[in-house]
Design a protein around this ligand. Structure first.
Ligand SMILES: *Cc1c(COP(=O)(O)O)cnc(C)c1O
Length: 385
């Protein structure tokens, strides 16, 4: 793979993106076509039908692989389509150990679709506790599904330790790397077998597309997931693939700024008298700060916190911010503030939710790349009055 040995930013801009062989176009064109004219039976240029393969999507797939340090990449219509594709590796009766603090949509897919339809068996545990994972692994466990850091508590799981443990028991390890992005965390280099992304978030980076991706270096796994991709058909269109590819070009600079701004926001919140707790892996006070430093090359742009005034103060704050938009999702250049209890985590029963720290007073920030002074001032105004 060309550019595989270059730096991250170089790979993001060039991997899979050589000048168009047909026209010399410097930027990968949007191949908005469903079909490809063939020269003779069995003679074509590598493309026959766009569900099976499309040059714009192929460029994105190669770039994603290069960024994760993987041999292979595959692009999907959404993060959940990518997740479904990985789960297609399993057979009825297979057991899966998954984090108990997953992205809500992943939990819904596992619990409401794959458990019934595919007859998969799930055990949910706190994957930040290796002993709990060890206890949950069974002889029929085929997959360990890890999300780190988690949403919205920013809890980390030790990918290297969990991978060693799962491999010893014959299970493969999948990591949802959406929150860190490959710029800050490369799970395959820590022992994981397959990485999943919602490219809707940091990889796309501009809140203007829904997409997903899978990366792995296991040829057999890649072939099986690619077969499923074509067979089930949840592929991104050429334009959506192009938008993600364009977003990836600036991933490195965006992530550096997301982190710088998030650290400034987290430090400001930590020092504010109205703030009760702050969750950000980049703060030395975070209980897993050492693991974060070891396993990630940076701390990304997500912060959550609670106010001394509890839920009432939180409700008031989200109505007062001007730079932070009160909206779901994350990872775009613009800052967002979310109330997980009524938005992203509303489907989880209150008791279960609160057990994990997702109280009515918790607010989550996707810290964007605006001027950090404006972000801090916006929050200060919203929580001080
Ligand atoms: C958003 C998200 C997903 C789902 O991705 P979609 O693109 O919305 O399908 C999966 N995992 C995490 C961590 C996410 O934030």
């Amino acid at each position: 793979m060309k550019f595989a040995d270059r730096g991250f930013a170089t790979r993001a801009i060039h991997a899979g993106q050589e000048a168009d062989p047909a026209t010399g176009a410097t930027i990968v064109p949007i191949y908005q076509t469903s079909t490809y004219t063939q020269e003779a039976p069995g003679q074509h240029k590598g493309y026959e039908y766009s569900r099976s393969g499309n040059p714009t999507r192929a460029a994105l797939e190669e770039c994603v692989a290069a960024l994760e340090g993987a041999e292979y990449g595959l692009a999907f219509a959404s993060g959940l389509a990518a997740t479904t594709a990985v789960m297609s590796l399993l057979s009825p009766g297979d057991h899966v150990v998954a984090g108990d603090d997953l992205y809500g949509g992943s939990y819904r897919l596992f619990d409401k679709v794959l458990k019934r339809g595919n007859k998969l068996d799930f055990t949910y545990v706190d994957t930040s506790d290796p002993a709990a994972v060890e206890k949950a692994l069974r002889p029929e466990t085929k997959l360990l599904w890890v999300e780190t850091p988690t949403n919205p508590m920013l809890t980390l799981s030790d990918i290297r330790e969990l991978s060693g443990m799962a491999h010893e028991r014959g299970a493969v390890v999948a990591v949802d790397n959406t929150f860190a992005s490959p710029y800050f965390q490369r799970p395959l280099s820590l022992g994981a077998d397959v990485v999943v992304h919602s490219t809707t978030k940091y990889m796309g980076g501009h809140s203007d597309v829904v997409g997903g991706a899978v990366a792995t270096s296991h040829e057999g796994m890649h072939e099986a997931i690619k077969f499923y991709q074509n067979a089930a058909g949840a592929v991104p269109g050429a334009f959506d693939a192009w938008i993600v590819l364009r977003g990836l070009k600036t991933l490195a600079v965006r992530m550096r700024q997301h982190e710088e701004n998030a650290l400034a926001v987290a430090e400001f919140l930590q020092g504010h008298p109205q703030v009760a707790t702050v969750n950000y892996p980049g703060l030395p006070a975070h209980p897993q700060h050492e693991l974060a430093k070891r396993q990630m090359t940076g701390f990304s742009g997500m912060v959550s916190f609670t106010l001394e005034g509890g839920a009432e103060a939180a409700y008031a704050a989200v109505q007062k911010t001007e730079v932070f938009s009160f909206a779901e999702s994350l990872g775009g250049v613009e800052s967002l503030i979310t109330h997980p209890a009524t938005m992203t985590h509303a489907a989880i029963p209150r008791e279960e939710r609160e057990e994990r720290g997702v109280t009515d007073g918790l607010l989550r920030l996707s810290v964007g790349i605006e001027d950090k002074e404006d972000l801090v001032a916006d929050l200060d105004r919203a929580i001080s009055s």
